[in-house]
Design a protein around this ligand. Sequence first.
Ligand SMILES: O=C(O)CCC(=O)C(=O)O
Ligand SMILES: [Fe+2]
Length: 264
Amino acid sequence: MHPLPYVYASLPVGIKIQCSRCFRFAGITTTWLQKRGRIRSCHPRDKRIYRLPVFTEKFCQAFIEELENFEQSEMPKGRPNSMNNYGVLLNELGLDEGFITPLREKYLQPLTALLYPDCGGGCLDSHKAFVVKYALREDLDLSSHYDNAEVTLNVSLGKEFTEGSLYFAEFRQEPNAIPKYIEVEHVPFYGLLHQGGQMHGALPIASGERWNLIIWMRSSAIRNQRCPMCNREPELVEAEGFGEGFTRSREHRPPQTVDVCSLH
Ligand SMILES: O=C(O)CCC(=O)C(=O)O
Ligand SMILES: [Fe+2]
C-alpha cells in the first residue's frame, strides 16, 4: 500500500532526474537533441513522433500501485473518455496542480516549443491527463482516433505486456482514404510525443497489463481560433477547471517562430 503522500513525495524524484537533463535542452535544436540521443524521432519519414525519457522505473511502480488503490476504493470515478472502460482521470486524484502542471510547464514545454512551434508547442497552457489500462478480459486495444489536444504525451508506465503497440496514420486522414499506418512500440518508462491531430490507435495486447499516462496538452492560442475536433470557431460555455482548454481571450496569438534547424 502506498498512502498518497508517499507517491507525492516520490514524484519529484521521478521528474527531477530527467528534468535536470532536459532543462539544459531549452533553446537548442531538434537536430542537436537527436544527434545526442536525448530524443529519438520514431520514424524516418518524420511524422514528428518523438521518444524521450520521462520517469524512473521506481516512480512508475509506485504510481501504478497508487492507481490500483484508487481503483479498488469506493471513491466515485469518471473514465478518461468514451473509448476507455478502465483507467483513471488524474484530476480526480488531485494530481493536476502538484504534478501534471509543473511537468507540462517545466519539463515538456521547453521540448514541445522546439518540436512543434507551429501547433502551439510553445504556448501549451492547459491539459487533460489520464491513465489508460489494458488487460486480458478488460479493454485490449483502442480504435483509431485523434486527440482533443494540440500535442500529446503518452508514457509507458508498465507493467509487463506483449504487443499493444501504437499505430499512426496521416495527420487528420480522410475517413475513406486507404490508411497507411506505421507502428510504434511502447518502451517502458519512456514517453512518446506526437501531434494530437495525427490519427492513431492502439493494437491489442496479447498478454499482461499495460498502463500508460496520457497528457493531452492544449494551447488556447491555437484552439481559440478553431476547435480541433470540429474545425469550427468554438462556441464557449463556462466549465470547471481547464475545461477543454479554450479561453475567452482571442487576443492571444501563437508567438512567431523560426525554424531553428535551418539556421546556421
Ligand atoms: O493506448 C495508448 O497508448 C494510446 C491512448 C490514446 O491514444 C489516448 O487515450 O488518446
Ligand atoms: Fe489518443
